[in-house]
Design a protein around this ligand. Structure first.
Ligand code: ADP
Ligand code: ADP
Length: 241
């Protein structure tokens, strides 16, 4: 079941001198756990940020739910031009960054309910109830009134994941979610991601955690110089001659 179709995606800088993405074509199916690997500077982060429209591609197409989201508008069934609702599109994508991106002056609960209440107009009480359920899932319900600075890196990243889930995204994007963590905290974050994958969440994960790629990923993309050099199942990509 195709969810996102990426066709010949390009992101060039400096009039084409830097090709951060150089013709990437790949489909993402519902329930895929797609792990993106490759050397530093190969375009992994640009790929992820393009899906979320944090970057505007310079060429190619991203077809999500039958709409090319890289265009500002699309033709509907009746041949009428309709504007793409970028905000609505972004809401379908939860993003987790290397550096948590929690608001430091807000409690964990305030961080959790901010987007649902402000952007989706979810009633505050309902959002709080949902936040507590999600915090419970990651064992942090007793930290609802703490501030981010009072938490460990691993705790902050678990919060960042459930905060993204508050918006009920169709896809979760992870950009090196464990790279900034002390080694002893990596496991607790990967466990939450594993649990999400087991529940069928569609995920695109940029990571250097090869154990996670092998055990949890069902597809691995290997990037180099803005190109997709290889893609396949973990065993195809890792055990090839
Ligand atoms: P990765 O995530 O694999 O480390 P990136 O997607 O961050 O790679 O970067 C891919 C390439 O694009 C790199 O050569 C990087 O320097 C370049 N790049 C990224 N952002 C910009 C930018 N804003 N301007 C110019 N070059 C950029
Ligand atoms: P990451 O840690 O995700 O690989 P980088 O350190 O490569 O990030 O880049 C950090 C920021 O700098 C990004 O916003 C990226 O777009 C920008 N950037 C990266 N490379 C360049 C470049 N060569 N010229 C201008 N901006 C760049």
């Amino acid at each position: 079941d195709k969810l996102i179709k990426i066709v010949d995606l390009e992101k060039h800088y400096n009039g084409g001198k830097i090709k951060a993405l150089d013709g990437v074509t790949v489909d993402i199916d519902k329930g895929d756990v797609m792990v993106v690997i490759g050397p530093s500077g190969s375009g992994k982060s640009t790929f992820l940020r393009s899906l979320n429209l944090l970057e505007e591609p310079t060429g190619g197409a991203i077809i999500f739910d039958d709409v090319d989201i890289t265009k500002k508008k699309y033709k509907d069934k009746n041949g009428k031009w309709v504007k793409v609702n970028m905000d609505l599109h972004r809401q379908k994508m939860g993003m987790v960054f290397q550096h948590f991106n929690l608001f430091p002056h807000m409690t964990i609960m305030e961080n959790m309910i901010l987007a649902p209440v402000k952007v989706k107009n979810v009633p505050e009480e309902e959002a709080k109830k949902k936040a507590l359920e999600l915090l419970k899932r990651v064992g942090l319900e007793d930290r609802a009134n703490s501030y981010p600075i009072q938490l460990s890196g691993g705790q902050k990243q678990r919060i960042a994941i459930v905060r993204a889930l508050m918006m009920e995204p169709e896809v979760m994007l992870f950009d090196e979610p464990t790279s900034a963590l002390d080694p002893e905290m990596v496991g607790e974050v990967l466990d939450v991601m594993k649990q999400l994958a087991a529940e069928g969440m569609t995920m695109v994960v940029v990571t250097h955690e090869m154990g996670f790629a092998r055990e949890v990923g069902n597809r691995v993309l290997f990037m180099a110089d803005g190109k997709l050099l290889e893609q396949g199942t973990p065993s195809e990509v890792f055990e090839h001659p």
